[in-house]
Design a protein around this ligand. Structure first.
Ligand code: BTN
Length: 280
């Protein structure tokens, strides 16, 4: 029989479904935190190991990209941060760094497909969409610890069992939740374990074999590619064009709309910016 309630976050259940060698082997589960990313950054700065995971049932000051806040009510969603350290990279360091957010988004989409049978679309660089509404996002932060060892914190927020009517007014119509598609509550422990289980081999692949296969996987899940987009940079400059593909470092390649026929406009490589899908 289909369960109508979702179990609370519980370390034993996360561990029992986890199939990794490093990610999640050190797990910090909290009832409430200001932000799992802030906590993971502090742990990483104090030397926490590769694969350490911080999860909270609720965040009081959840952080999104571009300084936004991340709506983080208790009991319904996933808020998690993973500490990643580079080990024996066989690809250029800059490529590794710029692909981590994309690879993490891919792992999240794979986990949701495996656990819930829901096919999410990726909006470049790392938004997770379900029927054109944002159900998840990733915030990746980079730092070095006191021993000068580098780390990246991958923070994921996923609206799982959040009833859509509980969304604040400013998110209504823009954000969504997996339960709208699954029609029954999903188990957040298993979803988290699956995310970590899917992320580990993708990170291994990135570090050892590079981006070729990952780029193919990402591009097939990314609905930004092939779409007319509006790009807005942090200094408010804008560009409207067709997103044609990905650069080697994961940049979005955008062909500006041609002002005059017959004139070829060069591709613009977009890295950190806001993207709006206009039309396919
Ligand atoms: C975005 O703006 O799309 C990224 C949102 C990332 C939110 C997650 S929730 C867990 C982790 N802790 C945070 O404070 N932010 C990230």
């Amino acid at each position: 029989m289909m369960s109508l309630t979702s179990p609370p976050l519980a370390e034993e259940e996360i561990r029992s479904t986890l199939s990794t060698t490093s990610l999640g082997q050190h797990l910090h589960l909290h009832r409430e935190l200001p932000s799992t990313n802030t906590e993971a950054m502090a742990l990483a700065q104090s030397g926490a190991q590769h694969g350490t995971v911080v999860v909270a049932d609720r965040q009081t000051t959840g952080r999104g990209r571009q300084g936004r806040t991340w709506f983080s009510p208790p009991g319904v969603n996933l808020y998690c941060s993973v500490i990643i350290r580079p080990t024996r990279l066989r690809i250029p360091h800059a490529d590794w760094l710029s692909w981590i957010p994309l690879v993490s988004a891919l792992a999240a989409a794979e986990a949701v497909r495996t656990m819930a049978g829901i096919r999410l679309a990726l909006k470049w660089p790392n938004d997770l969409l379900c029927r054109d509404r944002k159900v998840g996002g990733l915030l990746c932060e980079h730092g070095t610890d006191r021993g000068q060892r580098e780390f990246v914190v991958v923070g994921i927020g996923l609206n799982v069992n959040l009833p859509p009517e509980a969304l604040p007014e400013d998110l209504a119509g823009l954000a969504g939740s997996l339960i709208e598609e699954s029609h029954h509550p999903l188990n957040r422990n298993r979803l988290l374990a699956q995310f970590l289980t899917d992320l580990e081999p993708l990170l291994d692949e990135l570090g050892t074999h590079g981006t070729a296969r990952l780029a193919h996987g990402y591009a097939s899940a990314c609905t930004t590619i092939g779409t007319q987009v509006r790009i807005t940079w942090s200094d408010s400059t804008e560009l409207v064009g067709l997103a044609e593909g990905l650069g080697r470092d994961g940049a979005l390649l955008v062909r500006p709309l041609q002002p005059r026929r017959g004139m070829d406009t060069p591709l613009v490589e977009v890295r950190a910016a806001d993207v709006i899908h206009l039309r396919r």
